[in-house]
Ligand binder design. Structure first.
Ligand SMILES: Nc1nc2c(c(=O)[nH]1)N[C@H]1C(S)=C(S)[C@@H](COP(=O)(O)OP(=O)(O)OC[C@H]3O[C@@H](n4cnc5c(=O)[nH]c(N)nc54)[C@H](O)[C@@H]3O)O[C@H]1N2
Ligand SMILES: Nc1nc2c(c(=O)[nH]1)N[C@H]1C(S)=C(S)[C@@H](COP(=O)(O)OP(=O)(O)OC[C@H]3O[C@@H](n4cnc5c(=O)[nH]c(N)nc54)[C@H](O)[C@@H]3O)O[C@H]1N2
Ligand code: SF4
Ligand SMILES: [Mo]
Length: 898
């Protein structure tokens, strides 16, 4: 693809989050790749976060799925495709079209998504295609459609910079949309009037930017926003002319919200009346208000009501579609929006059309010239896998998502797939738990190899461009789908030479018979041709054919996509969150960490990204930990009626009392018992079908380990025979946390993990049986192969120092004994837990620099470079400095008192 003789640079788009940053990928003459932010891309203007900056490190072919497989054995594409087409056709012939399903993902490109949806809804004739966006954006989609009549995001990123108040609801922006966070941070620096409010039960890294943090009780957002609506009415802040001209249902919504009763709202939300009043007056006084929301809103059994409670407040004030104002649902995945545009959800059709609408069905059917259109909604993700488990769905194709780790009640999902007669999995990696259940595995082309488009949170379509050759026999996902469609007898309608032809068809459909009746219209991009598509610059929709680009926002002057073109207020009621029984007294909250992406099939490949959080954990409030006799760094079991995890306890007052937070990332590839979705209840929002992944009643208990261990290993172990383990890449090898319930022959365990070839002569050991401490180091000549640190308590050895040992050149004599001493030498102090992943700077280094006078994030950057590349760690540095400062003040106070 590239001229090997010289370096070349391609403009493409980051494949992680919905910010949709532009990336410049440069392939050097030696074939090595480096990435930078694209200064011209309007999403990021050159910035990249820690994950985007590390993209080049994820391109290795380790763990890549390179060839089609049937029952785990390599086969040709022809054989695999024939089998998929035959089994789907046969199942449909015997049991009807609803006996098959596709489960796809916001991480495939629009072109892949378009053909998947077309094949299922127009040619197989079932709407049993759903996507992991059901776990992600479904409540926002449903809330938009209830209020606006269409799934429209009204605003743009620029609004966040032009606002005077940004309210972040259930969004950990600093970690999950870091570049938007940085844009707000920069805007705040130039506009000191800009205020930020964070509404989240946890005190997250995002709170470092907040003027006000409202740590409300889980799932009480509707009470808070209903109260706000009532307050805005009482404080005379309504835009009555907007309400009259452009909306319906205001009185009903206001009546449902009731009068402002601060004491009651305080009781419902657990917030103080003062904080609530402060928040309400800030909103009342600030016309330029944007309310950003994400999974703390969507992933709830009342998610759609939360969305509408927020939208109601913007409709009531007319603060929508104008610069610096509006409700703003930000998307998680790189192509969550593209998937919604092609109609990839089971309750949508295509091009934002509705499956229930016979006119829309006819329009799409005639456009596709399709034999059998789906006439009703298909099964939504949770119900879809339930139907698989009950044998109603007998063949399923899973593409670019890992449901045995990411769907709620995940052990049941695994059992369902095990029982399913025919499972196809398209993925790019072999280190994927779902692959264990595949009859057929199809190797997809990955980021950097494939071509297509994605749409980001602000409706901006950007090209992902390939700059690497397709390795092995990998193929783009659209190609595999079209090949199966052809083999099922639909050759003429799935005959595309490349992604540009699919895009052209998708763009034409969006404009077909549209005339401004539907929001999604990119007819102006239908005639790009191959070269126009290749060169397409990032562009925000709508792009109507033959019309000048107008304002890129929606709804400032009404024009909603309902029959009477008016928006709907939705009367929502604040219901008390699910009662917790005595046996499950805590609320399990789940979500993301800064440097990992979902099930870690890509970020888990880099030591740099894994250093920030190398192990699954539970964030628990100190009082709750004390109540179950649990100390920091011990292991804790989190259990619901559905399943359990055992993870490291991170005792912190950032957690809310009564709640425990566990990240969603860890799978069976990286930990013994870290799949948190095994614990999560499969309860869904009645309107959107989205699971309430942030609220499962659980029990917590301390795991009484007989021993704990930490190891570094040059080679990845084949199997780890230990009750608890968590594996992560480290420079030059792997790092491994271990623990056991019963006493074990630890030297034997060390030898097995270190490589059974290691003979006694090459092992150095240290044992202090009274203290329960033992250490082993295994050598291959002068090079360290493995080192083990065992103790009766959580092992205190410096992880960063130990992890660096594998890359230490030849070690002899005293150096070898230092390894066993488990302590860094004086000239190499322990850097502490990694905070800055770009420069691998740890918390201890930051504390030292602070002691030396570096008292701001900028000063730390000058001394250590930490925070000066991608900037994703800046809020953590700020939080660390704050904590150090507090300590110092406390010491001063004590000194004074003394
Ligand atoms: N680093 C990283 N970034 C990512 C991803 C990733 O895997 N890693 N994934 C991407 C994807 S697909 C998505 S969807 C986004 C998600 O982005 P976010 O939604 O920002 O991330 P989460 O951590 O899932 O949840 C956000 C917050 O909701 C809070 N919350 C829980 N319950 C409630 C509640 O009842 N009310 C309120 N107000 N808040 C609550 C949680 O405490 C949490 O801090 O991130 C995207 N970006
Ligand atoms: N408890 C809990 N559960 C959650 C959430 C939560 O907050 N809490 N969040 C939910 C949300 S918002 C989301 S988005 C989901 C995410 O959950 P998943 O979608 O299951 O997670 P990923 O790890 O992103 O899975 C993507 C898969 O696609 C593969 N892949 C990557 N690129 C390609 C490609 O080009 N082609 C193909 N064929 N495969 C590819 C990857 O290797 C990986 O196996 O998790 C959901 N589950
Ligand atoms: S914010 Fe980070 S993960 Fe998201 S698109 Fe930009 S670089 Fe990628
Ligand atoms: Mo997501």
């Amino acid at each position: 693809m590239t001229d090997p003789a010289q370096a070349s640079t391609i403009k493409t788009t980051c494949p992680y989050c919905g910010v949709g940053c532009g990336v410049l990928a440069t392939t050097a003459a030696d074939g090595s790749v480096s990435v930078k932010g694209d200064p011209e891309h309007p999403a990021n203007f050159g910035r990249l976060c820690s994950k985007g900056s590390a993209l080049a490190e994820t391109l290795s072919l380790d763990d890549r799925l390179l060839y089609p497989q049937i029952n785990g054995k390599r086969e040709s594409w022809d054989t695999a495709l024939d089998l998929v087409a035959d089994r789907f056709a046969q199942t449909i012939a015997e049991h009807g079209p609803d006996s098959v399903a596709f489960y796809v993902s916001g991480q495939i490109l629009t072109e892949d998504y378009y053909v998947a949806n077309k094949l299922m809804k127009g040619f197989i004739g079932s709407a049993n295609i759903d996507t992991n966006s059901r776990l992600c954006m479904a409540s926002s989609v449903a809330g938009h459609r209830r209020a606006f009549g269409s799934d429209t995001v009204p605003g743009t990123y620029e609004d966040l910079e032009k606002a005077d108040l940004v309210v972040l609801v259930g969004s950990n922006l600093a970690w999950c949309h870091p570049v938007i966070f940085q844009r707000i941070e920069a805007a705040k620096a130039t506009n000191p009037a800009l205020r930020v409010v964070v509404i989240d039960p946890r005190r997250t890294a995002t709170c470092e930017l907040a003027d006000l943090h409202l740590g409300l009780k889980p799932d009480t957002d509707v009470a808070l926003f209903n109260g706000l609506l009532a307050y805005l009415a009482e404080a005379d802040c309504l835009d009555q002319s907007y309400i009259d001209q452009y909306t319906n249902g205001f009185d009903g919504a206001l009546a449902k919200a009731g009068p402002v009763d601060m004491a009651k709202i305080a009781g419902q939300t657990g917030l103080s009346a003062q904080d609530i009043a402060l928040f309400y007056t800030m909103v009342a006084r600030t016309e330029k208000t944007v309310t950003v929301y994400s999974q703390g809103v969507n992933q709830s059994v009342v998610g759609t009501d939360k969305v509408n409670a927020i939208i109601n407040t913007h409709l009531a004030t007319g603060r929508i579609g104008r610069a610096g104002m509006g409700p703003f649902s930000i998307t998680g995945q790189p192509n969550a929006m593209g998937g919604r545009e092609v109609g990839g959800l089971a309750n949508m059709l295509a091009a934002h059309m509705a499956i229930e609408n016979p006119d829309h069905r006819e329009l799409v059917q005639s456009f596709w010239q399709s034999p059998s259109m789906a006439t009703r909604q298909g099964l939504k993700a949770v119900d879809m896998f339930r139907a698989v488990g009950e044998g109603r769905i007998k063949a399923i194709w899973i593409m670019a998502t890992n449901p045995v780790d990411s769907l709620p009640d995940a052990d049941d999902v695994a059992m369902a797939l095990k029982a399913c007669p025919f499972v196809v999995v398209s993925d790019v990696s072999t280190a994927v738990d779902t692959l264990a259940y595949a009859d057929v595995a199809l190797p997809g082309a990955a980021w950097g190899e494939k071509d297509g488009t994605v749409t980001n949170s602000e409706r901006r379509i950007s090209r992902q461009r390939g700059f690497l050759d397709l390795p092995g026999e990998t193929r783009p996902d659209w190609w595999a789908l079209c090949e199966v469609a052809k083999r099922m007898g639909f050759a003429e309608r799935f005959d595309y030479a490349d992604a540009s032809e699919i895009f052209a068809e998708h763009a034409s459909l969006s404009a077909h018979d549209n005339d401004g009746q539907r929001d999604f219209d990119i007819g102006g991009l239908a005639d790009l041709g191959r070269s126009g598509y290749q060169d397409l610059d990032p562009v925000q929709w709508p792009v109507r054919a033959g019309q000048p680009r107008r304002d890129s926002r929606f709804f400032a002057g009404g024009g909603y996509f309902t029959p009477d073109r008016k928006a709907n207020f939705i009367a929502v009621e604040a219901v008390a969150p699910r009662k917790r029984e005595r046996t499950y007294p805590f609320v399990l909250n789940t979500g993301r960490v800064r440097d990992h992406w979902h099930t870690m099939t890509r970020t888990g490949k880099t030591a740099r990204l894994s250093a920030h959080m190398a192990e699954p954990y539970a964030e628990i409030h100190p009082d709750d930990a004390a109540s179950i006799g649990l100390a920091d760094a011990e292991l804790v079991e989190v259990k619901s009626p559905h399943g359990r995890v055992v993870v490291r306890a991170l005792v912190s007052d950032k957690a809310q009392k009564g709640s425990v937070f566990v990240p969603l990332h860890w799978t069976d590839q990286f930990a013994s018992t870290g799949r948190v979705d095994a614990v999560v209840a499969p309860e869904t929002d009645p309107v959107s079908g989205q699971p309430g992944s942030k609220f499962t009643p659980v029990a917590l208990s301390r795991v009484s380990s007989s021993w704990y261990g930490f190891a570094i290993l040059r080679d990845k172990p084949n199997s780890i025979l230990s009750d608890y383990w968590a594996l992560a890449p480290a420079p030059g090898g792997w790092r491994l946390e271990l623990a056991g319930l019963e006493s074990t022959d630890l030297q034997h365990l060390a030898q097995e993990l270190g490589g059974s070839a290691a003979s006694e002569a090459q092992i150095l050991s240290y044992e202090d049986s009274a203290g329960g401490t033992s250490r082993f180091a295994i050598w291959d000549g002068v090079h360290l192969v493995a080192a083990f640190f065992f103790a009766a308590q959580p092992v205190e050895v410096s992880r960063q120092w130990a992890a660096s040992l594998l890359e230490t050149p030849a070690m002899t004599g005293v150096d070898r004994y230092r390894v066993l001493a488990g302590r860094p030498p004086a000239d190499r102090p322990d850097p502490g837990a990694i905070v800055c992943s770009c420069f691998q700077i740890g918390a201890n280094q930051i504390a030292d620099a602070a002691k030396g006078g570096a008292d701001s994030v900028e000063a730390i950057g000058k001394v250590l470079k930490a925070g000066t590349n991608c900037g994703s760690c800046r809020s953590e540095i700020k939080s660390l400095l704050g904590a150090l400062n507090e300590k110092e003040t406390a010491n001063v106070d004590i000194a004074k008192a003394g």
